[in-house]
Design a protein around this ligand. Structure first.
Ligand SMILES: [Zn+2]
Length: 343
C-alpha cells in the first residue's frame, strides 16, 4: 500500500449523529480544476455607514441603532421565524401537514467594530460574548413556544454570510430540529446502555481520543472528532457534563471563552486569513423532554476549507446520502492544528 493510501477508505461511526463518515485522504490529492478561494485579506473599515449592524446606522425596519459598544443582541429584521406567524386552518392534513413557523431570530454583534472578528477581540470582550450567549439562551428558553435554540455563526462569504460585520445569529424554533433529536436520542440511548455514563465523557476519555486533542485545558478541551465530517472540524467540549451553556459556572465560562477564541486564532493561522467558518453551539432542547438530561453541551466548528485555497462543497454523493466524505484523516488534522503558532 502506498503512503497516500494509508488511512484511506475508512468508514468511521459518528456516535452522536449515528451515521457513517467516509475518511478518504485520497480525494485530497485529486487534480483540482475547481473554484479556488484565495485569501483576499480585504481591509474592512472600523465603521461602515451602509452596514445595518454598525452603531448609529438606520436599519431596514427604520429603527436607528444605538451608539453601542461591545457585544449586543437585536432582533433579526428579516426573520425566518416569527411569533406573529398566522396559524393555518387545515393544519392536520396527513400528507399536507403544516403549522405556524412561530419562533424568534436574533442577531448578535460581537462588537461595535465593523472589522473585528472574534479571534481579534480582547479576552474581556470575548468573555462578554460568552455571557451574551448565556443570557440569550436563558431568555429564549423561558418562552413556552420555543423548543430548541440554535446559536451559530456563519463567518465569511464562503459560507454565505451576507454582512461582513462579524456577528452570530440565533434561531429559536417551535420544534426540536432533526440534528438535536438525533443527538438527544443517541446520548440518552448510550447512557441507558452504559449504567448512566455519558457518551461525550466516554468519547473524550477513551485512549483513541488522545491523538485527536488539539489543546487541553482545565475545564474544557479542543478536539477533532474521531468521525470528523469536515477536514478541520473541531469541538470545544466542557469536561463537566452540562446540558446547556448557561449551566457553566464562572471559571468554566472563562475557560470556554479562552479555548474557543484560541481555536479561531488557530484557524486564521492555518488558512492565513480571517478564516471562514460555521460555528454551532449544541445546547440541549428546551422542551422539557426527560432525555434532555443526558445532553452534553459543546461547540462545533466546521470550516468549509479543505486547505487554504479550496472550499469543500457538499456534492451529489453527500446530498444524496447524508454521509459525508472527509478528505483528511482526523488525527492528521489534529496534528496540523496543534502545530499552528498562536500567542
Ligand atoms: Zn458594521
Amino acid at each position: 500500500m502506498s503512503q497516500k493510501d494509508q488511512g484511506n477508505w475508512e468508514s468511521r461511526w459518528h456516535p452522536l449523529l449515528e451515521q457513517w463518515v467516509i475518511i478518504s485522504a485520497n480525494t485530497s490529492v485529486r487534480p483540482w480544476s475547481g473554484k479556488l478561494s484565495k485569501p483576499t485579506n480585504t481591509v474592512e473599515p472600523t465603521h461602515d455607514p451602509e452596514c445595518y449592524l454598525c452603531p448609529r446606522v438606520k436599519r431596514a425596519n427604520g429603527e436607528l441603532n444605538p451608539d453601542y459598544t461591545g457585544a449586543r443582541a437585536m432582533d433579526n429584521d428579516f426573520p425566518s421565524l416569527s411569533m406573529a406567524a398566522p396559524v393555518p386552518q387545515d393544519a392536520d392534513n396527513e400528507l399536507f401537514r403544516r403549522s405556524a413557523a412561530h419562533g424568534r431570530c436574533r442577531v448578535l454583534c460581537w462588537s461595535e467594530k465593523h472589522n473585528l472578528t472574534l479571534a481579534e477581540l480582547s479576552a474581556g470582550e470575548m468573555r462578554d460574548v460568552v455571557d451574551l450567549w448565556c443570557s440569550e439562551f436563558t431568555m429564549l428558553s423561558d418562552e413556552p413556544a420555543i423548543k430548541y435554540i440554535l446559536i451559530f455563526e456563519n463567518k465569511g462569504a464562503e459560507v454565505g454570510a451576507s454582512n461582513m460585520h462579524p456577528h452570530g445569529q440565533i434561531y429559536a424554533y417551535p420544534f426540536v430540529t432533526d440534528i438535536a433529536k438525533k443527538m438527544r436520542a443517541s446520548q440518552a440511548g448510550y447512557s441507558e446502555c452504559h449504567n448512566g455514563c455519558g457518551l461525550m465523557i466516554d468519547l473524550m476519555n477513551a485512549p483513541q481520543a488522545e491523538s485527536l486533542v488539539v489543546e487541553p485545558s482545565k475545564h474544557c478541551s479542543v478536539v477533532v472528532p474521531f468521525a470528523a465530517r469536515f477536514s478541520y472540524e473541531t469541538w470545544v467540549v466542557p469536561h463537566r457534563q452540562v446540558t446547556n451553556i448557561a449551566e457553566l459556572n464562572d471559571a468554566e465560562r472563562a475557560d470556554l471563552a479562552r479555548m474557543y477564541q484560541r481555536q479561531t486564532q488557530r484557524y486564521d493561522a492555518l488558512f492565513k486569513r480571517k478564516s471562514p467558518n460555521i460555528t454551532l453551539l449544541h445546547n440541549a432542547p428546551c422542551d422539557n423532554h426527560p432525555d434532555n438530561r443526558h445532553w452534553h453541551f459543546h461547540i462545533a466548528m466546521q470550516p468549509p476549507l479543505r486547505d487554504p485555497e479550496k472550499v469543500k462543497y457538499l456534492a451529489g454523493a453527500e446530498a444524496g446520502s447524508n454521509n459525508i466524505v472527509n478528505p483528511l484523516k482526523p488525527e492528521h488534522a489534529a496534528e496540523l492544528l496543534r502545530g499552528c503558532a498562536i500567542q
